[in-house]
Design a protein around this ligand. Structure first.
Ligand code: ADP
Ligand code: MG
Length: 321
């Protein structure tokens, strides 16, 4: 990049995030040098956010920085991993100091909160897009995979579902609400909270876990297929966004996407332990249904026991038709 790429990196990205003893060498050389943790497996994940696809071009840069990190930490949380390091590749149409300063601030704050170091990256000119790779550690044998759900397990979700989808509808003027009601929904869209502490606590307790990025139906579907089981969900138990239009709220809770809550399964005999952990974390966790039997990954929706049909399609970047 002509406008001194190296000055820009030094100014906006060096020294961001937490400083950690396992970073021998961070930003500034050809590679970062990182210390492995004995007895743990390295969990690695990458997510890209593209302006105009994943966020509007005029979103606050601080929020873009936060969200780019948050969606990656959410994947680590869903594996039960402790976040450690990220690298950040950014492509920018033109380097604007004010924008970069706020973006880097957003990255810095969430990284420090979760004790994550920014150890490297890449800076190029192009349409606005951010790709982050996050690394975390999970004790060997303790990772929360999608494939471990068994008949008899309860199904749980953290937080509230559909709030980010309602926030997006506000931004796109498909939903109108008073200012006091708008703000928390916009906040959930722009500042998702990766459930890192919950993920850590679920190690050795949850039989399967996933983070909800494409909507509950799609993401729980991944657990069910990976585990080769069928399940029932009770719609009256869903912690759906509070809206006057309850059908809309339910649709967004099931298929809205961008929630970044955790969906997980817990064997019945560990339910008491889950309740203890949840009370300590202070994060709401709702029981929403059960894994019923071995199968092909079929999900049945029930409302007070009655079967209901659903035709909701999750967002897909490469739809078949
Ligand atoms: P190279 O050409 O050897 O790949 P670069 O010139 O791309 O190195 O980057 C110089 C240093 O700055 C490297 O340590 C790289 O990891 C880091 N870096 C570049 N861009 C970013 C960024 N956006 N965020 C964090 N570190 C970055
Ligand atoms: Mg490079």
């Amino acid at each position: 990049m002509a406008v001194d790429e190296f000055g820009l990196i030094a100014r906006y990205f060096s020294g961001r995030g937490a400083s950690r003893p396992d970073v021998q060498l961070g930003i500034g050389d050809d590679c970062a040098l990182l210390q492995p943790h004995a007895g743990s497996l390295l969990a690695v994940t990458t997510d890209t956010l593209i302006a105009g696809v994943h966020f509007p071009h005029d979103d606050p840069p601080h929020a873009i920085g936060h969200k780019a990190v948050a969606v990656n930490l959410s994947d680590l949380a869903a594996m039960g991993a402790d976040p450690a390091w990220i690298s950040l590749a950014i492509s920018l149409p033109s380097p604007q100091p004010d924008w970069l300063q706020r973006f880097a601030q957003g990255v810095d704050e969430i990284c420090r909160y979760h004790d994550v170091a920014l150890v490297g990256g890449d800076t190029t000119r192009g349409p606005l897009a951010i790709t982050i790779t996050a690394h975390g550690w999970v004790p060997e044998g303790k990772a929360l995979k999608r494939s471990g759900a068994r008949p008899g397990d309860g199904i749980y979700v953290s937080g509230t579902l559909g709030e980010a989808a309602a926030g997006l509808a506000l931004v796109q003027q498909r939903l109108e609400l008073a200012k006091a009601e708008r703000e928390p929904l916009l906040q959930r869209l722009r500042y998702p909270t990766p459930r890192v502490s919950l993920g850590r606590e679920l190690r050795g307790m949850a039989s399967a876990a996933i983070d909800i990025s494409d909507g509950l139906l799609a993401d729980l579907g991944h657990i069910l297929r990976a585990s080769a089981v069928d399940a029932d969900i009770h719609l009256e138990l869903l912690p759906a966004v509070a809206l006057a239009d309850q059908q809309q709220a339910l649709d967004w809770a099931l298929a809205g996407g961008d929630d970044y809550e955790l969906c997980f399964t817990v064997p019945a005999e560990l339910r008491g332990r889950l309740e203890t952990v949840v009370a300590r974390l202070g994060l709401p966790v709702a029981y929403i249904g059960d894994v019923t039997h071995k199968g092909l990954g079929r999900l049945s929706l029930r409302h007070h026991g009655e079967r209901v049909e659903h035709q909701l399609r999750p967002y897909n970047h490469f739809p078949e038709s």
